[in-house]
Design a protein around this ligand. Structure first.
Ligand code: IYR
Length: 223
């Protein structure tokens, strides 16, 4: 019997979401929005309302997580002085990366993206959302599959921003330990990703190499 009486007592009836369109139409429409997302590095300085950022973070925080421990924190930085400190610290790491740390093969792989150690966008984008992964809950209890959980939540954050027409960049200065320091985070938080969020600059360009996605046949296997 599917509705087994062995179900734990505290269960609520699920209220499934049904799209207005047929399922294929709805999936296609969502895909077409997501396919237009680009990582951008040229932001407009135009402001983004805090309420919009709150909705985006609320979407991210609705993600599934191991044992529903929700092992994440989204630190949303708009203070120009803090953004400046983050840029300065990131550029110290990036200078080291580009001049010494990065193996030649990695630098060759990055060449088509045209990136370098200058991270002006960290001051120009109106918001920097710094995603932290919790290694323990705030009251010191275990978390499970926190890498996977935070990865899912971050993907949902990017999708939610895209739905609102906001541009994002998945930035991973490495190492990222400076973020916990600058943002004075507690010892159970590890920086996971730095996501500048805003509107794209009118003249924003993206590398052509990043437009090319593998065909479905290369990424999907049906058995
Ligand atoms: N963190 C560096 C390098 C970099 C690495 C990867 I992998 C990218 O896809 C892009 C950049 C930077 O941000 O410049």
């Amino acid at each position: 019997m599917p509705n087994s009486p062995s179900r734990p007592p505290k269960f609520a009836l699920h209220k499934p979401y049904s799209p207005d369109l047929d399922p294929i139409g709805a999936a296609k429409a969502f895909c077409e929005v997501l396919e237009r997302r680009r990582s951008i590095r040229e932001f407009s300085a135009a402001p983004v309302d805090r309420e919009l950022i709150e909705w985006v973070v609320k979407s991210a925080a609705s993600a599934p997580s191991g044992a529903n421990k929700q092992p994440w924190r989204f630190v949303c930085v708009q203070d120009p002085a803090l953004k400046k400190r983050i840029r300065e610290a990131a550029e110290i790491e990036e200078r080291e990366f580009y001049s010494r740390r990065a193996p030649t093969a990695w630098k060759l792989d990055l060449a088509p993206l045209g990136t370098d150690e200058t991270k002006e966008f960290l001051e120009i984008a109106p918001w920097l959302i710094v995603v932290f992964r919790l290694t323990k809950t705030d009251d010191g209890k275990s978390v499970y599959y926190s890498e996977e959980s935070v990865g899912i939540a971050t993907g949902m954050l990017l999708a939610a921003a895209q739905m609102a027409g906001l541009a994002t960049l998945t930035h991973t200065p490495s190492p990222m330990a400076f973020l916990a320091e600058v943002l004075q985070r507690p010892s159970n938080e590890r920086a996971y990703m730095l996501i500048p969020v805003g509107w794209p600059a009118e003249t924003c360009h993206v590398p052509e190499a990043a437009l090319i996605k593998k065909p479905l046949g290369d990424v999907m296997v049906v058995r």
